[in-house]
Design a protein around this ligand. Structure first.
Ligand SMILES: *Cc1c(COP(=O)(O)O)cnc(C)c1O
Length: 363
């Protein structure tokens, strides 16, 4: 079996995979209604929210699009706080649907600065919403969402959060940090295959939704709410992934959110200390280094593409490449979901063997 250590899709426990082997049921029948209600309840616990939570049949990006089209109208100004590939994607979606995007960009590998958001919001009082990526998977940086939120809420703006690779793995109390829409995706920390996005929707987001005029059909939160009142989704959901999620959420809640968060912190520490012990350096500003993905710079002669090829061929281990302008400049170790410190130690020992074969000359 391959050792899959990319930041999604992540490996799934056998019980979760088995849950998907079962026969189809009526997605509007009593049994599935029970499962959907239970899954929704459990997700609310892990989102630390009393807001509405919906399952959408989509990858994470569908959830981001849903956040935009349900809260905004063409011509609305939005502030895009971005420090990587996924921050740029969120902004592009808003722009594509006609929002006027005001970019606030930070160097890739660095964290977004909450204090820089204040002058941007002061200069543009018409800004309606702020787009933020909690955990920028492309660079391995976790932004200080609590600090960002308090600035955004000083100005009473909507806070739309890409939490795709943080929710369920890194602490993100959605209500305490006043996230109006928070989005996650099943194939990240949730230990299930791709196919479902999860979104939470606040009261303020509902108020915005009532006035928002961007075109929407499949993603319409009103439809999602009306159907969920009857324990259903408006459109046929990815039934098998819901079965899987039902099992994984039970496992996650049994472990407990505090323990899950602590485990990800331990695993990430093992990853960071491990790569540094090999003479490699972290790409991310260390104070903001992510607990779900570690980005490593290709330094000292290292050909990271060759490294990933050797790891795959000789060690059956798959790590992540750098994306877009980071292609060839970094590689990434995904450590979210079903992962232990022992899994990371295996990665570090494979790296130790493979690094010299990929040109790395040490520090
Ligand atoms: C994975 C990821 C996405 C994209 O999700 P898809 O499921 O591929 O659509 C968006 N944002 C972040 C932060 C991610 O980690």
């Amino acid at each position: 079996m391959e050792n899959l250590r990319i930041p999604g899709p992540t490996p799934c426990p056998p019980e979760v995979l088995q849950a998907m082997a079962r026969q189809m049921v009526n997605h509007r029948g009593v049994e599935f209604i029970g499962i959907l209600n239970e899954v929704t309840d459990k997700l609310k616990q892990l989102f630390q929210t009393r807001n509405d939570v919906f399952l959408l049949t989509a990858s994470g990006t569908g959830g981001l699009e849903a956040a935009i089209v349900n809260t905004l109208s063409p011509g609305d100004k939005v502030l895009s706080v971005s420090n990587g590939v996924f921050g740029e994607r969120f902004a592009t979606i808003a722009q594509r649907f006609g929002a006027e995007v005001i970019p606030l960009r930070f160097e890739w590998g660095k964290a977004a600065e909450a204090e820089a958001i204040r002058p941007a919001l002061r200069a543009n009082p018409e800004i309606k919403a702020v787009l933020v990526t909690h955990n920028e998977t492309s660079t391995g940086v976790t932004n200080d969402l609590a600090a960002i939120s308090s600035v955004v809420k000083e100005f009473d703006k909507l806070l739309l959060v890409d939490a795709i690779s943080s929710l369920g793995s890194i602490n993100l109390p959605v209500d305490e940090w006043r996230c109006d829409v928070a989005v996650s995706g099943s194939q990240k920390g949730w230990m299930v295959p791709p196919g479902l996005a999860m979104v939470s929707v606040s009261q303020a987001a509902w108020q915005a939704q009532a006035k928002a005029r961007m075109p929407r059909f499949y993603w319409d939160f009103t439809q999602a709410r009306n159907y969920l009142e009857r324990g259903q989704t408006p459109w046929t959901p990815a039934v098998s992934i819901v079965f899987a999620l039902s099992v994984s959420l039970e496992m996650l809640l049994k472990e407990g959110l505090a323990n899950i968060i602590a485990r990800h912190a331990r695993v990430a520490r093992a990853a960071r200390e491990g790569v540094k012990s090999l003479g490699l350096s972290l790409f991310a500003e260390e104070n903001y280094a992510s607990n779900t993905v570690t980005a490593v710079s290709s330094s000292n002669g290292l050909d990271s593409k060759k490294l990933l090829r050797i790891l795959e061929e000789k060690h059956h281990m798959i790590l992540g490449e750098g994306q877009q302008k980071l292609d060839g400049k970094i590689f990434r170790i995904g450590h979210l979901g079903w992962v232990t410190v022992a899994d990371i130690k295996t990665v570090i020992s494979a790296l130790k063997t493979a690094l010299p074969q990929a040109g790395f000359t040490g520090s």
